[in-house]
Write a protein that binds this ligand. Structure first.
Ligand code: ATP
Ligand code: MG
Length: 425
């Protein structure tokens, strides 16, 4: 970080040397004040974008219309943005007009929260016209200026408000909170992708429980473009220990499991939220595994049935999903209540689940000592749907240790099972 800061200062110094005011602004100033690690240094300057482009050899026109040029300095990229004001937020998100200006103060005034509206000059002097430091000391998140206006200008700020409050463990200042409650319906104007990006960060960060509490308390999610089951989030059902869930996608699986939402409905919703295919699939598998487990257990609700249900879930949904589900159970032992799994079974799963997993001689078809091709060749029967039926049977029998994973034995069982299928048909 220090190295990054040194390079940011090189950019600022060069601007200053050419007569342009320049400062560090936004998140990096906030995080430095809080002694938190700084991810990226944003620079604000009086220089116009063309002037920035002329001054530095290597630049990228990241967002010229908003005044942003990325400057490469010793292999690091810095966003350099011309001081600006914004006006005419007709779509409740984007300003229709951006004006480049000379005043740092006006540039800070257009920003969302007081702690995000501070600047640092090259000598380390803080410029804090809206008392951001004082608010941070009081643990308060406060809009710059009139909160109602700020949320009307850009409704995304309401989600950012909840994200920052949870991320930084802040209380939302009263006027800001009242404005948020009042302006919440404007959230319908925000693209689902932006909604997802903020939610993703809330859930991935250190205090998702706080985010859930604020989402529930504000009812913000009642108002987004597409109706979401997530709007029913209930912190009481999410009282587990989030901190043990390292993979953010497991946190998402936990959210939906806690509400008893099906795998198909979760998939649909995550797609509406524009999660990637891969992300959706990972969450869906964990949830589907949980439902399969509960279905299998209901068929034989006793200790043996539990172990069998667990192992059958492994062969259907894979080890990764089951290990994920186990982590969610550890974090929140009551998470399967909505799916009808009694607490005592969940406790057994937490204790024995990983042992049972290790105890399985095979977990997937790939580990079976008899492949589909070999099966076809050795049985010398025409290919057909029977092949996958036979393999599934062999996998199940070996996984449950009723059959050893040795090709000759597998083949003998395959022949026997094949005959029984044929007779049934
Ligand atoms: P982080 O990058 O950790 O999310 P950040 O404060 O850097 O925090 P960014 O979204 O990168 O957040 O924005 C940089 C700065 O731009 C913010 O600190 C804030 O001053 C300003 N800003 C960003 N988005 C908005 C917005 N929607 N409305 C007003 N100001 C904003
Ligand atoms: Mg940032």
């Amino acid at each position: 970080t220090q190295d990054l800061e040194r390079k940011a200062k090189k950019v600022i110094r060069k601007l200053l040397e050419h007569g342009y005011e320049a400062y560090m602004v936004g998140g990096c100033v906030r995080d430095k004040q809080l002694n938190r690690p700084v991810k990226d240094y944003d620079i604000a300057t009086a220089a116009k974008p063309e002037q920035v482009q002329q001054l530095f050899q290597r630049t990228i026109p990241t967002g010229l219309q908003h005044g942003t040029v990325s400057v490469r300095m010793d292999d690091c990229l810095f966003e350099v943005t011309t001081f600006r004001t914004e006006s005419g937020y007709e779509d409740f998100r984007h300003p229709t007009e951006v004006q480049f200006i000379d005043s740092l103060y006006e540039d800070l005034r257009r920003r969302d929260f007081t702690m995000n509206a501070m600047a640092l000059d090259i000598d380390g002097h803080l410029i804090d016209p809206f008392d951001g430091v004082n608010d941070m000391k009081k643990n308060l998140l406060r809009c710059v200026g009139d909160a109602n206006e700020r949320f009307q200008e850009d409704a995304l700020r309401m989600l950012r408000c909840i994200r920052f409050a949870s991320q930084y463990g802040l209380e939302i200042e009263n006027q800001t909170w009242l404005a948020l409650l009042k302006q919440a319906p404007l959230l319908e104007h925000i693209a689902m992708e932006r909604v997802r990006m903020e939610l993703e960060r809330m859930i991935a960060e250190a205090a998702p429980a706080h985010a859930v509490q604020l989402l529930e308390g504000s009812r913000l999610l009642d108002y987004v473009k597409q109706s979401l089951r997530l709007a029913d989030l209930n912190q009481e059902k999410l009282s587990g220990d989030w901190s043990t869930l390292n993979d953010p996608l497991l946190k998402w699986a936990y959210l939906y499991l806690s509400m008893g939402v099906s795998a198909a409905e979760t998939e649909q919703e995550l797609r509406a939220l524009t999660f990637s295919k891969q992300q959706v699939e990972q969450v869906r598998q964990v949830i589907a595994a949980a439902h399969e487990l509960s279905r299998q257990l209901a068929l034989e609700p006793n200790e043996d049935g539990l172990q069998q249900a667990w192992k059958l879930t492994v062969i259907s949904y894979g080890q990764e999903s089951i290990v994920g589900l186990h982590q969610i159970l550890q974090a929140s032992p009551g998470v399967l209540t909505e799916l009808g799994v009694a607490d005592k079974w969940s406790k057994s799963l937490i204790t024995c689940g990983l042992t049972w997993l290790k105890d399985m001689p095979v977990h997937s078809l790939e580990e079976l000592d008899l492949g589909g091709r070999e099966l076809l060749a050795r049985l010398s029967k025409p290919a057909g749907p029977w092949v996958s039926k036979v393999l599934a049977h062999l996998l199940r029998e070996t996984a449950l240790k009723r059959l050893a994973n040795e090709s000759d034995l597998l083949l003998a069982e395959a022949e026997r099972f094949y005959e029984s299928i044929i007779q049934q048909e």
